[in-house]
Design a protein around this ligand. Structure first.
Ligand code: NAD
Length: 302
């Protein structure tokens, strides 16, 4: 078996693969290089990059399985792979804890204005009076998408004694009951929440799901957090709402990554991180090992 690892995988994952297959690693390939490189491999493993398009799949003449160390499959043409009987596996559980904790890192940074406090102090400014924060205790957290990450977040929020509202397109009543969340409509969630966090996949139905209209019905000063995918919040509409003082935001993901040209980089009331919600040692190790086992299993059934 020959496996090509196309994005940095945790060493433990590579070790598992090497027990069963010949493994090569090649990172940061442009599509042209990728097309030349993939023939002859039984499986490829990616993270959020590179893109495994129809063209790449066609070039990979021996391909039987595609592994994604992580959750989102939006960089893989899954339908086309399936039509070619190529298995696609991912590691949906591996980053749940890591992303859920990062949401609280962002939220606490925002309510206590930690980035500004840190910067001011380094500049020799003691701006204590301007740094009046807000508690999470008793506040309402609205969770859009109550799957693995969303519902885990709900559990953590109970520790802060927050009121948790949840919205999803599937029946989440049982999980909501376990977590102690109230299931509401999207409109109610937008109207009632002090903090709103997104945990839906990027689909045609979720693209721009938070735009001008949704932002307009949020509470003034509400904090909007996105660690799911860029494109779910319309960035132009968000920029307008931030500059108007309507909402605040904390983003880990962007329509274009890195967001070098984005006006959000200079917007007020926003905290930004570079798509690191899933980037913990623990999550990367879990994803690396899990994807390696799943790829070995997928190939062994051929
Ligand atoms: P999940 O599949 O367990 O949950 C997603 C939930 O969204 C499901 O319950 C689904 O029914 C719901 N949903 C789908 N469409 C919806 C809609 N239109 N309105 C409301 N709910 C809708 O996924 P998860 O493991 O919780 O991950 C969520 C997302 O987080 C992933 O799709 C991925 O894009 C993102 N993610 C980001 C990072 C990061 O590093 N920033 C890491 C891991 C995952």
């Amino acid at each position: 078996m020959k496996i090509l690892v196309l994005a940095k995988l945790h060493p433990e994952g590579v070790r598992v693969l090497r027990e069963h297959a010949e493994v090569e690693e090649a990172y940061d390939l442009e599509e042209e290089e990728l097309l030349k490189r993939v023939p002859g491999y039984d499986a490829v493993i990616v993270r959020s990059k590179p893109r495994i398009t129809q063209k790449v799949i066609d070039a990979a003449t021996d391909l039987k399985a595609i592994g994604r160390a992580g959750v989102g499959l939006d960089n893989i043409d899954v339908e086309y792979a399936k039509s070619r009987h190529i298995k696609v596996v991912n590691t949906p559980e591996a980053s749940t804890e890591s992303v859920a904790e990062h949401v609280f890192a962002l939220l606490l940074s925002k309510v206590r204005d930690i980035p500004r406090a840190d910067q001011a102090l380094r500049e020799g400014k003691w701006i204590k009076k301007q740094l009046m924060g807000q508690e999470l205790f008793g506040k309402t957290l609205g969770i859009i998408g109550f799957g693995r990450i969303g519902s885990r977040l709900g559990e953590i929020a109970q520790g802060f004694k927050m009121v948790v509202l949840a919205y999803d397109v599937i029946d989440i009543s049982q999980r909501a009951l376990e977590v102690g969340a109230e299931v509401v409509t999207l409109e109610t969630l937008l109207q009632k929440s002090d903090f709103i966090t997104l945990h839906v996949p990027l689909l045609p139905s979720t693209r721009d799901m938070i735009s001008e209209k949704e932002l307009s019905i949020m509470k003034t000063g509400a904090i909007l957090i996105n660690t799911s995918r860029g494109g779910i919040i319309n960035e132009k509409a968000l920029f307008a709402a931030l500059t108007a003082g309507k909402v605040q935001a904390a983003l880990d993901v962007f329509e274009q990554e890195p967001p070098t040209e984005s006006p959000l980089l200079t917007a007020p009331a926003i905290v930004l991180t570079p798509h690191i919600a899933g980037s913990t040692e623990e999550a990367q190790e879990k994803a690396g090992i899990e994807v390696a086992h799943k790829i070995v299993e997928a190939l062994s059934t051929f």
